[in-house]
Design a protein around this ligand. Structure first.
Ligand code: AMP
Length: 449
């Protein structure tokens, strides 16, 4: 038997109803904040991610699905042609294909793609852009509950020139307030907002230096990942999940002591607005986030019921990202919600969200399928959710199917009913049955009794 690939899964009903409910709610909330949807490709040039997310991150160093665009056959032919000093047959292969610059990667996150599109389509000409996306992301992580190799993120970015206000602490606060509203609207009650500022590149250089010094005498007792991070990018030490390393990490210097005046003020203003709108938060100066491009505000929302993988969403400011990708200065802030985890947190309500059929139409006897189809068409046009049986089914089987589907009514379509143009409508729960003229059916079914 062929099964879904490890780390991927099928989303089946009734859970899909919950996904639709989440996405519809999210779209509603985004509309109220004047965000618009963007859809970027699922694969991009590998360079986009190595340059924006950062070579040293776990995502880029170990988790990306990367492949060369030419097929192995094309590559081999190109290689042989070059070696033998002749023109390659078939598709001409320039040298750079052989050197791997045609390498593509399934997106592990969506911010890089959005910022690439911002630069490519000169979106700054519109001033401040408030964009959101919903879609699959791919990371080759060890699968476990709440962690998949294909997962979906709902995210948003506010990006634009500083003159349009993109740098303002008001943007950070607006994003955080939007998220609080969204989680409340979805009925997720027990969330916690963890908030930090990771400063600007200058602050981080000084902080990295301090971390490096503090790590020197102790790094020998830490895990091999931390030993590598201590040399390449000490800030990443905070990503470490090894329990034995935590007491050492706890004693390291804190980023909050290294913020310069403007960063400190920016962070204070974000907090002031949050207090003014009544969004609660916890300061957490160990929160540095896994990606290289963050500056100033960094945040995470966690949810108690999710266990080890308790981060539902993360985000922050990335003021230098556009420039690092060759674009103009475009300060921005964004977040990505793990949709799988959001749905996991809502799972108990899955049944409630699923719309059951209002009516199960049971054609009874030869020639009745066409009559039932006509009725179904009329009812569905009136927004009745209808499901259909088959004229070969005995009445008993139709009743069983209707109850299994959770239909409210069963509608019997037999020869006598067709002649009278009035149909037997039975409420499954009470067993009450009435004869209803065709013209009154839709209204009767919609009224629910
Ligand atoms: P990140 O892009 O790493 O900041 O992640 C943002 C959010 O995406 C996290 O808080 C998770 O909810 C979700 N997420 C990240 N990786 C995975 C994964 N492998 N499976 C499911 N959700 C994930």
């Amino acid at each position: 038997m062929i099964k879904a690939v490890r780390g991927t899964r099928d989303l089946l009903p009734p859970e899909t109803a919950l996904w639709n409910f989440v996405e519809a709610t999210v779209r509603d909330v985004f509309r109220a904040y004047n965000f618009h949807e963007i859809r970027t490709p699922i694969f991009e040039s590998t360079q986009l991610f190595s340059r924006s997310v950062g070579e040293e991150t776990d995502i880029v160093s170990k988790e990306m699905y990367t492949f060369l665009d030419p097929t192995p056959h094309e590559l081999l032919e190109g290689y042989l042609a070059l070696k033998e000093g002749r023109e390659p047959s078939g598709k001409l292969l320039p040298m750079d294909i052989l050197l791997g610059s045609q390498s593509v990667t399934l997106r592990p996150e969506n911010t890089a793609g959005v910022v690439r599109a911002y630069i490519e389509h000169k979106l700054w000409e519109r001033g401040l852009n408030k964009l959101y996306y919903i879609g699959p992301q791919f990371r080759r992580e060890r699968p476990q509950k709440g962690r998949y190799r294909q997962f979906s993120q709902i995210g948003a970015e506010v990006i634009g020139p500083a003159s349009a206000g993109s740098e303002s602490p008001a943007r950070d606060a607006e994003i955080l307030e939007l998220l609080a509203t969204l989680l409340d609207r979805l009925g997720i009650e027990t969330w916690t907002l963890q908030l930090n500022s990771v400063g600007c590149p200058n602050d981080r250089a000084a902080y990295n230096e301090a971390l490096r010094k503090a790590l020197e005498p102790v790094v020998g007792q830490m895990c091999s990942d931390c030993q590598r991070r201590a040399v390449t990018n000490p800030l990443r030490v905070f990503d470490c999940k090894v329990p034995a390393d935590q007491p050492i990490i706890d004693k390291l210097p804190r980023i909050s002591e290294f913020l310069d005046g403007p960063c400190r003020r920016h962070f204070e203003q974000v907090q002031e607005i949050l207090k003014s709108v009544g969004v609660e938060f916890q300061l957490n100066d160990r929160l540095v986030r896994g990606l290289d491009y963050y500056s100033r505000t960094a945040f995470e929302f966690t949810h108690g019921a999710l266990g080890a993988q308790n981060a539902i969403l993360g985000g922050g400011r990335y003021d230098g990202l556009s420039e690092s990708l060759g674009g103009p200065s475009a300060p921005g802030i964004g977040f990505a919600i793990g949709e799988d985890r959001l749905v996991l947190a809502l799972k108990e309500s899955a049944e409630a969200v699923q719309r059951k059929p209002d009516v199960y139409i049971a054609p009874l006897g030869e020639g009745m399928n066409k009559e039932a189809a006509r009725l179904a068409r009329e009812l569905r046009r009136h927004d009745v959710v209808a499901d259909l049986g088959d004229e070969t089914f005995r009445l008993k089987k139709s009743f069983e199917t209707a109850s299994k589907l959770g239909a409210r009514f069963i509608l019997i379509v037999g020869e006598n009913e067709v002649k009278a143009d009035a149909f037997a409508l039975k409420t499954l729960e009470s067993g009450e049955q009435v004869s209803v003229p065709r013209a009154e059916l839709a209204q009767r079914i919609q009224s629910g009794h």
